[in-house]
Design a protein around this ligand. Structure first.
Ligand SMILES: NC(=O)c1ccc[n+]([C@@H]2O[C@H](COP(=O)([O-])OP(=O)(O)OC[C@H]3O[C@@H](n4cnc5c(N)ncnc54)[C@H](OP(=O)(O)O)[C@@H]3O)[C@@H](O)[C@H]2O)c1
Length: 257
C-alpha cells in the first residue's frame, strides 16, 4: 500500500486529489487548518474506498504548521510516496491594497512551505528510489499578476529545476498549472467571477485526472486542458505589455466583502 499526503485537502482541487488518490487505493494523509472538516473527509474516504485516512491539522503560514508536516513527511516508519503541495489562496486587492502581513503569508504558504515540504518528502523518496510530487501552481505563473502570479512562477521554476536535478533518481516532480477552477478559492479571496467567461472554467476532478496522467508520463510541467494549452501558447508569443493589461483584469474584480 502506498501513501499520499495532500495539503489543502478539504476543498476544491486538493479535495479532488484526495478523492482520486484514495479511489486509486492510496492511503491518504489530509492536511489543512479546519480539523472538523478534515475528520469528516477522512471518514468519507475511509468508508468509501477502504483506505487509511489520517488527518493533520496544520496552518502552513506558520512555523509550527510547516514543521509538523515536515516531520510527518520525514518519518521513515510511515513513508509518503506521493506529495501534493496544493494549499493556497488569493488575497483581496491589488499591489499596495493588500497588507504586507498578507503578502508575506502568501509567500510563506506558496513558496516556503512548498520548498520545505518538497525537500522533506523527496529526501526519503530518493533513498527509496521512487516517489512523486505535484506542486500546484497556476497559469498565473506565466503572466504579470501581482504577488500571486509571482509566487506561482516561483513554484514552476523551483519544481522544474528540482525535477531536472533529480532526473534518474526514480522521483518525479511536476508543477501543475490550472486555469480557472470552480472551488472555494474566489469566494474566500472576495473575488468577483462575473467577468470570467463560462468556457474558461475547469472541473476539479477532470483537472486532477489529467494532472496524474501527466505525472505518470514523467512531465515536469502540466497545463491540463486544450483550451489552456492553446492560451499559454499565445501568451508565450504575446507582448508583455498587452499580457499585463489583460491579466490585470481577468478574475480580479474584488467585491465589497
Ligand atoms: N481555483 C482556481 O481557479 C485555481 C487556479 C489555479 C491555481 N489554483 C491553486 O490551486 C490550489 C488550491 O486552490 P483551490 O482553488 O482548490 O482553493 P480552495 O477551494 O479555497 O481550497 C484551499 C484549500 O487550502 C487550504 N488552506 C488554505 N490556506 C491554508 C493554510 N494557511 N494552511 C493549510 N491549508 C490551507 C484550505 O483549507 P483550510 O481553510 O481548512 O486550511 C483548503 O483545503 C491553490 O494553490 C491555488 O492557488 C486555483
Amino acid at each position: 500500500m502506498t501513501t499520499a499526503l495532500i495539503t489543502g485537502a478539504t476543498a476544491g482541487i486538493g479535495a479532488a486529489f484526495a478523492r482520486r488518490l484514495a479511489a486509486d487505493g492510496h492511503d491518504v494523509v489530509l492536511v489543512a487548518r479546519d480539523l472538523k472538516r478534515l475528520r469528516e473527509q477522512a471518514t468519507e474516504l475511509h468508508d468509501k474506498h477502504g483506505v487509511e485516512a489520517e488527518v493533520l491539522a496544520a496552518d502552513l503560514s506558520d512555523e509550527d504548521g510547516i514543521a509538523a508536516v515536515e516531520a510527518r513527511l520525514s518519518d521513515p516508519k510511515n513513508p509518503v510516496d506521493v506529495l501534493v503541495n496544493n494549499a493556497g489562496f488569493g488575497n483581496k486587492g491589488r499591489f499596495l491594497e493588500v497588507s504586507m502581513a498578507d503578502e508575506l503569508k502568501m509567500l510563506t504558504v506558496h513558496c516556503e512551505a512548498v520548498l520545505r515540504l518538497t525537500s522533506a518528502a523527496v529526501a526519503g523518496m530518493r533513498t527509496r528510489g521512487r516517489g512523486g510530487v505535484v506542486n500546484v501552481a497556476s497559469v498565473a505563473a506565466f503572466v504579470p499578476r501581482g504577488t500571486y502570479g509571482a509566487s506561482k512562477a516561483w513554484v514552476v521554476q523551483f519544481t522544474q529545476g528540482a525535477a531536472r536535478d533529480l532526473a534518474g533518481s526514480g522521483v518525479r516532480l511536476m508543477a501543475l498549472c490550472p486555469g480557472f477552477v470552480r472551488t472555494e478559492f474566489h469566494e474566500r479571496a472576495g473575488m468577483g467571477t462575473d467577468n470570467i467567461p463560462g468556457w474558461m472554467w475547469l472541473d476539479a476532478d477532470k483537472l486532477v485526472a489529467s494532472a496524474l496522467a501527466d505525472l505518470n508520463r514523467g512531465k515536469s510541467l502540466s497545463i491540463p486542458d486544450p483550451r489552456y494549452k492553446a492560451l499559454m501558447g499565445i501568451v508565450k508569443l504575446a507582448p508583455r505589455g498587452l499580457l499585463g493589461g489583460v491579466s490585470a483584469k481577468a478574475g480580479r474584480s474584488y467585491g465589497p466583502n
